[in-house]
Design a binder for this molecule. Structure first.
Ligand SMILES: NC(=O)c1ccc[n+]([C@@H]2O[C@H](COP(=O)([O-])OP(=O)(O)OC[C@H]3O[C@@H](n4cnc5c(N)ncnc54)[C@H](OP(=O)(O)O)[C@@H]3O)[C@@H](O)[C@H]2O)c1
Length: 287
């Protein structure tokens, strides 16, 4: 029997790139979907261009599915793609969802039942907030670099931030394990931390002044809108912060160790690994 081929949507992104690396390390062919493909292992794929879907799915056994980014109701785009995938012979679909999104979440929650209903074998990954938000292009990271401030509407609410390496490790198992998982996986890191605690850890590990500035939901919505995010999505993101403030993300699960056989990475270890990147910015005042 030939080795399976997995289509990795979002394959150039935070989790998808790690999933592709993990699949290859396991000896499995990963076909990376990208709007701007580079190299033989990448294929042009755009959620908004259905004509790109069939070639990406040709000869594929499984799909890592990162839904269209920034849409509050992506089901009308994802549903025909899923139907096409199953017709093309795909058996297993692993969906990237979010701990903050449940089946009841208007718009986005619909994706979970779509995948469960369409794919013969499936897993729904519901990771907590990514540690990678503190580095790279995410607004939290941009705030740290620009002013040494993390601005949220989360108050003292705590989040069990999870390392994208761990999300990808679970995704690879969900894609390749002989027995399909056919379940939702609520993925967290090993401890729940407030943004103030995160700021303190970053300051300790980097020697830089970093602090959390809590704001109200209305001010946060305004700030997100000013960064160019559409009004409905800005309101959605602010609502997620408010959920955190009320304790919705203050929980730790054992999914990462249970599925991968190793402990989930800690926030402090993550920051230590990214110390150079976090200290490079001249904008950050020394403590
Ligand atoms: N950040 C968090 O804390 C967090 C927590 C829980 C869940 N999540 C979920 O994670 C998801 C984001 O996943 P990620 O962080 O792995 O991805 P990401 O780093 O945001 O990358 C987005 C990917 O989507 C691709 N993409 C963008 N527009 C596209 C289009 N029109 N057609 C096809 N591909 C397109 C991009 O590929 P190209 O540019 O190469 O086309 C890129 O690979 C979101 O849905 C979010 O809900 C995030």
């Amino acid at each position: 029997m030939s080795e399976p081929t997995i289509l990795v949507t979002g394959g150039t992104g935070t989790t998808g790139s790690r999933v592709a690396t993990g699949l290859r390390a396991a000896g499995v062919a990963a076909r990376i979907a990208s709007r701007k493909p580079l190299g033989a292992d990448q294929i042009r794929f755009d959620w908004t261009e259905p004509a790109t879907h069939a070639p990406a799915l040709d000869g594929v056994d499984g799909v890592y599915l990162v839904p269209p980014i920034g849409l509050s109701a992506p089901a009308p785009i994802v549903e025909p793609f899923l139907a096409q995938a199953i017709r093309a012979g795909v058996r297993r679909v692993v969906l990237l969802g979010s701990s903050a999104i449940t089946d009841e979440t208007p718009g986005l929650g619909r994706l979970y039942s779509l995948v469960r209903g369409a794919a013969p074998e499936w897993a729904v990954l519901r990771p907590s907030w990514f540690m990678q938000n503190f580095v790279g292009g995410h607004p939290v990271a941009a705030g740290i670099r620009a002013t040494g401030e993390i601005i949220t509407a989360t108050g003292d609410g705590r989040v069990a931030f999870v390392d994208a390496d761990d999300i990808a490790a679970v995704a690879v198992r969900a894609l390749l394990d002989p027995l399909p998982h056919n379940t939702d996986h609520l993925l967290t890191g090993p401890e729940a931390l407030s943004y103030a605690q995160c700021a303190a850890i970053i300051a300790e590990e980097t020697g830089r002044m970093v602090r959390h500035r809590p704001v109200g939901v209305a001010e946060f919505t305004k700030l997100v809108r000013e960064s160019g995010v559409p009004a409905d999505f800005a309101a959605f993101l602010a609502g997620l912060d408010d959920d955190i403030r009320r304790g919705a993300e203050d929980r730790v699960t054992a999914v990462v160790p249970d599925v991968t056989g190793r402990a989930a990475g800690s926030f402090r270890a993550f920051i230590a690994r990214h110390r150079a990147e976090l200290t490079e910015s001249a904008a950050l005042p020394a403590v």
